[in-house]
Design a protein around this ligand. Structure first.
Ligand code: AR6
Length: 169
C-alpha cells in the first residue's frame, strides 16, 4: 500500500473515500467536519441523520460511511476521535481504533484510495506528534488486498512536518 502526504484541504481530494473527524452526534461541527459538510452539501447530513435514526450516536473510535454529496470523493467515512485527556493509553487506543475501523469500512466498500486528516489534533487537542505516530503505525499495520493508496492530508505546517519526519523513518 502506497502512502502519500500532502498539505491541502481534504474536501478537494479526489480519493475514493475521505475520512471526517466527526463527533458522536454525526450532525456536523467545526474544523474538518464543518468543511466537509459545507462543501459536500445536504446529502451527507441527510445520510448521517438516517444513520443516527438507525443506530444512535457513533461511539468514539467507531466509524460510519455515507456518500460524498458534491465532493469529488465517492464516500465520506465519519469517525469519532477521542477528546484528549490525561489517560494517554485509553486515548491512544481509541485513536488507533478510528484508523482501524475506517480502513475496515473502506475495504468493505472496495475503496482503493483513501485520504485521512489528522484526527483529534484540532478541537480535540490530541498531541500532534503522538497522533501522527498512531496514524502511521495503524496504516502500516493494515494489511489489505484492496486498498492501494492512503493519503495523509495535513492542513497545517506543524502536522505536515511531523508526518514528513514519521514517514521517513
Ligand atoms: N482539510 C484537512 N484537514 C483539516 C481541515 C480541512 N479542510 N480543516 C481542519 N483540518 P478538527 P478534531 C485539520 O478540529 O480535533 C469538530 O467540530 C486540523 O488542522 O477538525 O478531531 C467535530 O464536529 C486538525 O489537524 O477535528 C468535532 O466536534 C485536524 O484536521 C471536533 O471538531 C482535526 O481537527 C473534532 O475534533
Amino acid at each position: 500500500m502506497k502512502i502519500e502526504l500532502i498539505k491541502d484541504d481534504i474536501t478537494k481530494i479526489e480519493a475514493d473515500a475521505i475520512v471526517n473527524a466527526a463527533n458522536s452526534s454525526l450532525l456536523g461541527g467545526g474544523g474538518v467536519d464543518g468543511a466537509i459538510h459545507r462543501a459536500g452539501g445536504k446529502q451527507i447530513l441527510d445520510e448521517c441523520i438516517e444513520i443516527r435514526n438507525r443506530q444512535g450516536k457513533c461511539k468514539t473510535g467507531e466509524a460510519v460511511v455515507t456518500t460524498a454529496g458534491n465532493l469529488p470523493a465517492k464516500y465520506v467515512i465519519h469517525t469519532v476521535g477521542p477528546v484528549w485527556n490525561a489517560d494517554e493509553e485509553k486515548c491512544s487506543k481509541l485513536l488507533a481504533n478510528c484508523y482501524k475501523n475506517s480502513l475496515a469500512l473502506a475495504e468493505s466498500h472496495c475503496v482503493k484510495t483513501i485520504a485521512f486528516p489528522s484526527i483529534s489534533t484540532g478541537v480535540y487537542r490530541f498531541p500532534k506528534e503522538l497522533a501522527g505516530k498512531i496514524a502511521v503505525k495503524e496504516i502500516k499495520n493494515f494489511k489489505s488486498k484492496i486498498l492501494e493508496k492512503v493519503i495523509f492530508v495535513c492542513f497545517d505546517e506543524e502536522n505536515e512536518e511531523i508526518y514528513r519526519t514519521l514517514l521517513k523513518e
